[in-house]
Design a protein around this ligand. Sequence first.
Ligand code: GLC
Length: 462
Amino acid sequence: MDYQVSELRSIAWQKLQESIIFFQGEPVGTVAALDPHVEALNYDQCFIRDFISAALVFLARGETTIVHNFLLQTLRLQIKEKQLDFLEPGRGLLPASFKVVTQGSDPHTEECLQADFGDHAIGRVTPVDSCLWWLFLLRAYVKATEDFGFCHTPECQRGIRLIMELCLSARFDMYPTLLVPDGACMIDRRMGINGHPLEIQSLFYMALRAAQELLLPNQANEKTHQAVANRIGPLAQHLRQHYWLDLDRLNVIYRYKGEEYGENVLNQFNIYPESVPYSQLGEWLPQEGGYFVGNLGPSQIDCRFFSMGNLVAVLAGLATTEQAQKILNVIEVKWGDLVGYMPMKICFPALKGRDWEVLTGCDPKNRPWSYHNGGNWPVLMWLLVAAAQVGQRSVLGQWALEAAGQRLVKDDWPEYYDGKNGRLIGKEARKFQAWTLSGFLLAHAYQERPEMVDWIRFSPLD
Ligand code: GLC
């Protein structure tokens, strides 16, 4: 039996509400998944990144309290003190996830939030993206509610400053991008994305734009404001130039010479053309398409297409207007590869053979076309629909929603799908995954009311 869209939405909304976590009697977030048949591990916690789409759904429905509580309580979990040892996370960091724990007998007075900064996570991965998403959500919250009062509190302003200081402090490398370990974002397992992965760079750019808007122009913020302004331009330029790949760029890289020394050389990163998969890319890349590559470093260009990084680049105004259209062109022309039967692939293509062995450490969960390694993640639907609205290509959003609705409800809202075209429910996917529910609801909201995308987009500074 097929459901009406309105029925699908009310089922999803009902389930999302069941996922809400309460802290001292107040709603504060949602659990990652409500699957009764699998051991929860940490899926009974509220992940910062997972809650973002839920928060936007609540904002869209005028239910702003839960978003306010989430922003405030996670801000309180932020590391405030400078550490000179390795025992504590760095100042400014926000956790990957948190849970409510009770101590003592009275459940209300003794409740507290326990944060996981990756110190419990599988593989001990560090959540670099949490603080970037937090800033993104704060800006969306302010846009939706006009609650400037909250954002202008000293507590909030300090939180923004600490995030910026963490991101903008001196490091070992001298790129405008952020250097991070593997698994520091949505892909929170080893997947060969250590270095300067696109997802983090797009989120970083978005966070800088948000901070620029949200920091008050006062003396306490003066240095941070300046540092933010100094970084935005070079970061955009670096990514638009060096990460961008279309047929013209592919031709330039194809004829690169190696071993060039000095400041003004063409092949600055010493990319060896042999490392680029020309035989596949030369055929695959549509004439009118282009996208940001997954990573760039010394003699390294990772040409995989990562959806989150590219879609956030469109929303953040990191992609120029022309680049945004080219990204949407790739998605449209390569729909079978990048979307298939479930919007959409987390990355394409999958790592196989020796690459899979070396880059994932033989991770069975990330075998080819599964989970992070080329699986299809319904949560990405909201970003796809929003990016399509930004590029005035709402038909792509429509296709995405048509592909998804009936299957998601029949399959109990899984976390991800497997297979080359996303027809198999993920081998180890949780059911009733909160961001699958909220991603679906949000995608519908943005398709129906494109003006709400204004809360989450930035215009390109080109
Ligand atoms: C998986 C995902 C991660 C998500 C978590 C909770 O580990 O890779 O991005 O936050 O599940 O849903």
